[in-house]
Design a protein around this ligand. Sequence first.
Ligand SMILES: NC(=O)c1ccc[n+]([C@@H]2O[C@H](COP(=O)([O-])OP(=O)(O)OC[C@H]3O[C@@H](n4cnc5c(N)ncnc54)[C@H](O)[C@@H]3O)[C@@H](O)[C@H]2O)c1
Ligand SMILES: O=C(O)C[C@H](O)C(=O)O
Length: 337
Amino acid sequence: MDRIKRIAGHFLPLGSAKAKVAVLGAAGGIGQPLSLLLKNSSLIGELSLYDVANTAGVACDLSHISTACKVKGYSGAGQLHDALRGCQMVVIPAGVPRKPGMTRDDLFNINAGIVAVLCEAIAAVCPDAWVLIISNPVNSTVPIAAEIFKRAGTYHPTRLFGVTTLDVVRAEAFIAELLGADPKDVSVPVVGGHAGATILPLLSQAKPQLQLEPPRAQALMARIQDAGTEVVNAKAGAGSATLSMAWAAARFAEACLRAMAGEGGVVECAYVASSLTSLPFFASPVRLGRSGVEEFLPLGPMNELEQRNYDTMLPELAGSIQKGVNFVQKRQQQQAR
Ligand SMILES: NC(=O)c1ccc[n+]([C@@H]2O[C@H](COP(=O)([O-])OP(=O)(O)OC[C@H]3O[C@@H](n4cnc5c(N)ncnc54)[C@H](O)[C@@H]3O)[C@@H](O)[C@H]2O)c1
Ligand SMILES: O=C(O)C[C@H](O)C(=O)O
């Protein structure tokens, strides 16, 4: 036991730690490519793929890839608990995606219930796991997860994440395109939440520095905010971003796993329970450590355009958070009847 430390509620050998990770919604548009990317991770020992149907084929297919990570599929609600057993991390892309003309909030009625049920199972089976929520509307589904965990007595605010990495990835890609730079040399914080105006790229803090006149900065900000809709429209009814989302989620999951395994200085943006603003949840750059979020990095100075967007976004984000909290309250009242 000398090289064994308690990590995230489980005993993992330091240095050689390999996590068990569940993907819930693994047979879907995001779930499949995400599972493929995670199968390639040297930090994952076992991948547990769960969906309501069609998981056996996905798991069989992935299991033929010659990487060390084991893969097992679980289908249907009766196998959900088995899928979650022993997991240190759970990634949730389960739920319906948008079609043209819809907002992310239009998904609330279906996805809120899906996320609630999945989080109840997490609370029962792997209550110490890090939980990464992709299902939209993220601004509400993360507060829903928090309320479910609070009621179960298993809430770890530092280990619950709304995955907003795709906003950062898009901002990096678009800035690199504009500068003719390699995206790996670009960094930019994207704060707030994950819907329309609540997506706030702090372009004035981008590295390399951007020298944009206000109308061009406004146009770039709008493109980042509307990028999800750009994909929804391009797919013309066949869903929303799946491949870029899978890549972004794999990047975020890998960052969490590196932090969990003891690597220092891991920083990513995520939508988390936060003390940075007046709101209970806010996306910002966070420093990750063994126990989850260890530090909220300051939002930093905003220019006039960013400050204006920040001020207008706060009430919308507050409303989405409250909608999630109200959903769980109402659900509990209905269940008590
Ligand atoms: N956070 C982000 O940046 C981001 C980006 C893209 C998409 N999304 C969201 O991710 C979600 C999934 O998108 P997609 O394109 O993969 O959709 P999809 O329809 O292709 O896949 C969703 C999968 O979830 C499964 N599912 C449905 N109910 C389930 C349940 N109760 N338990 C387990 N699995 C269940 C479905 O069977 C399906 O396989 C959507 O809500 C979408 O809006 C978020
Ligand atoms: O736009 C969507 O509905 C999916 C996702 O939130 C995205 O940003 O691509």
